[in-house]
Design a protein around this ligand. Structure first.
Ligand code: TYD
Length: 139
């Protein structure tokens, strides 16, 4: 069973340098799971939203590599909005939480790490089903 309080911003190493800054992530270190998948969302037209769903197993770590966007996370009882707008921190979202991404700025780039390979069966796509599973303490 996961809840809003399990979602957290994780600060990443940042090497400031007059030549340009550098940050990095390591699995099982800054990212608290083994990375099985990396994808990114880009060229999002103004006003669009992405990712209204939950995962049964997949854990995620999301970084705004460029620009800004909001991630709204919902545990069935409480909702919280996280604004990501720097590349030196990311948002850890455990499995079993509804999440949606909105308010993408122009040229924003969302980098997402997942703990499992792409599997459509891992998606919970209907909010009513999500609430049912949550209420039954199945996720
Ligand atoms: P999806 O996760 O459904 O995005 P959103 O929730 O924002 O609508 O992914 C959109 C499409 O991309 C979907 O048809 C499947 C494909 N896809 C992959 O093939 N592999 C992946 O790792 C991801 C995240 C998506």
């Amino acid at each position: 069973m996961t809840a809003i309080n399990d979602v957290r911003i994780i600060d990443l190493p940042k090497f400031t340098d007059p030549r340009g800054n550098l940050s990095f992530v390591e699995q099982m270190n800054h990212i608290p799971f083994g990375i099985r998948r990396t994808y990114w969302i880009y060229d999002v037209p103004g006003g669009e939203a992405r990712g209204g769903h939950a995962f049964r197993q997949n854990q995620e770590f999301i970084i705004a590599l460029s620009g800004a966007f909001d991630v709204i996370v919902d545990d069935g009882k409480q909702k919280k909005t996280f604004t990501l707008n720097r590349s030196y921190y990311g948002l850890y979202i455990p499995a079993g939480l509804w999440r949606k991404m909105t308010n993408f700025s122009t040229n924003s780039l969302a980098l997402e790490f997942g703990s499992i390979h792409y599997d459509r069966n891992d998606y919970i796509e209907e909010y009513e089903e999500f609430l049912k599973l949550k209420n039954n303490e199945e996720i």
